[in-house]
Design a protein around this ligand. Structure first.
Ligand SMILES: *Cc1c(COP(=O)(O)O)cnc(C)c1O
Length: 426
């Protein structure tokens, strides 16, 4: 079994080690929640101060042209495109993941309604992130479609019947960290005559993604998780070039117009992905997001997403091995797939009792993970969730996290009432 010294040795030899300097990590903290909110990029405070003080303060309205504000949604979109296998001009950053999903699902349903009106079903997983299901459910109600949910990934193939319009999946499951095979599932959707809509919230910046090779038709993703864009950072949207000019998206605001500054009363959608913009972009939030995306692009000279992926798997392998050897007999079970091809960049442990309190006790000891509630009706236990961002985590961090977990379990300190009091945000 690996020792603390082995972990230090691996850190010393880690070719990605220097990337940690791109972040402002609080001293002594082991942060395993970058899958929920990425760490502050070191460049962001000064860049934000400049955007506020100079661009807004002095440049005022002229900054739309002079400071490049107008191009921000496409400039940052192109940078994200490099991480997900999209060509320049195929991605824009705008709105939230929820809102972008509404736009792409609407456009996709309009396409299907025209091309194959008999198809009236959206297929997804009951374990998908709730906002994705809520948005799909709302649209189904409005447009007369049905949402068909499967309980296990194995059931997806059977659910893809001739009545299916769209397969809507999140590539990495937010609770379990299970990774779908995008190319295989998109191919299955296409073989049944349906379109494939992918949510990359837990995959952009976490695992290598190739939207074109993966056969995706539409994709959305999140800016504040592995892209380190800051709380509430704008999300992104991608539409395959063969579809993008076919339909309007329903939130056809003036920024999606072909010529927004001609102020014409009639709507004419912009060509390409710009038609998926809606209103005036949040310039300051986009400025922070660009700093976050730049932290991931900083890995490009060191092997990019492939190198980050290799380190991420090494970190999660080590965490799993240490937990299984050092926490045996404490009622934890591994939920995340062991198989590399099926694992994202997080590890989830289930426990029948005390998962929330154990996470709180770990946070008090400087190890930040999070808790996700199970579903007793479906035999799903509560989950302790640990995200591993290879940009700023090392092997010694993994060691320290497991060391604290051992302490929390062996002392039973998680039973303290203050660790069992639920807060508003878990
Ligand atoms: C984090 C996440 C979201 C977040 O949506 P918001 O609109 O930003 O709140 C959506 N979908 C998935 C799968 C996520 O993991």
């Amino acid at each position: 079994m690996a020792t603390l010294n082995d972990c230090r040795e691996r850190d010393a030899q880690d070719p990605l080690r220097a990337l940690r300097e791109h972040f402002m990590l609080p001293e002594g903290l082991v942060y395993l929640d970058g899958n929920s909110l990425g760490v502050l990029p070191r460049a962001a405070p000064a860049r934000m101060a400049q955007a506020v003080g100079e661009e807004w303060g002095r440049g005022l309205i002229g900054s739309w042209n002079e400071a490049g504000w107008y191009a921000l949604p496409t400039r940052v979109g192109d940078k994200i495109g490099r991480l997900v296998g999209a060509a320049p001009g195929e991605v824009v950053t705008t709105d939230s993941t929820s809102v972008n999903l509404f736009k792409v699902l609407s456009a996709a349903l309009s396409m299907v309604a025209q091309d194959a009106p008999g198809r009236r079903v959206i297929v997804s997983e009951r374990d998908n992130f709730p906002t994705d299901l809520y948005i799909a459910e709302a649209l189904c109600r409005e447009r007369g479609f049905t949402l068909r949910l499967v309980d296990e990934p194995d059931a997806l193939a059977d659910a893809l019947q001739p009545d299916v319009a769209l397969l809507m999946l999140t590539q990495v499951n937010y609770r379990t960290g299970a990774l779908h095979d995008m190319a295989q599932l998109s191919a299955q959707a296409h073989a049944c005559g349906a379109l494939a809509v992918w949510d990359l919230a837990h995959s952009a910046g976490a695992v290598p993604v190739d939207l074109h090779a993966g056969g995706a038709d539409f994709a959305v993703g999140c800016g504040y998780k592995y892209l380190n864009g800051g709380p509430g950072a704008p999300a992104f949207v991608w539409v395959h070039p063969r579809h993008v000019d076919r339909f309007w998206q329903p939130l056809a605001g003036w920024w999606s117009h072909a010529a927004p500054f001609e102020f014409t009363p009639g709507y004419q959608p912009a060509a390409g992905i710009a038609r998926y913009l809606c209103g005036t972009p949040p310039v300051l939030s986009l400025t922070a997001l660009e700093c976050g995306v730049d932290t991931v692009l900083a890995a490009e000279p060191l092997g990019g997403m492939a190198a980050l992926r290799e380190k991420s798997l090494a970190l999660t392998d080590l965490f799993i091995a240490l937990v299984e050897s050092r926490c045996a007999g404490h009622g934890l079970s591994l939920v995340t797939p062991r198989e590399h091809a099926r694992r994202g960049s997080q590890v989830c442990l289930a426990r029948a009792e005390g998962a929330y309190a154990i996470v709180q006790a770990l946070i008090a000891r400087g190890v930040v993970g999070d808790f996700r509630a199970g579903d007793a009706a479906r035999g799903r236990e509560d989950i302790l969730r640990f995200g591993f961002t290879p940009l700023y985590l090392g092997f010694e961090d993994v060691w320290q996290a497991v060391e604290q977990l051992v302490q929390v379990l062996e002392t039973g300190e998680w039973r303290r009432p203050d660790f069992n009091r639920k807060q508003a945000v878990t």
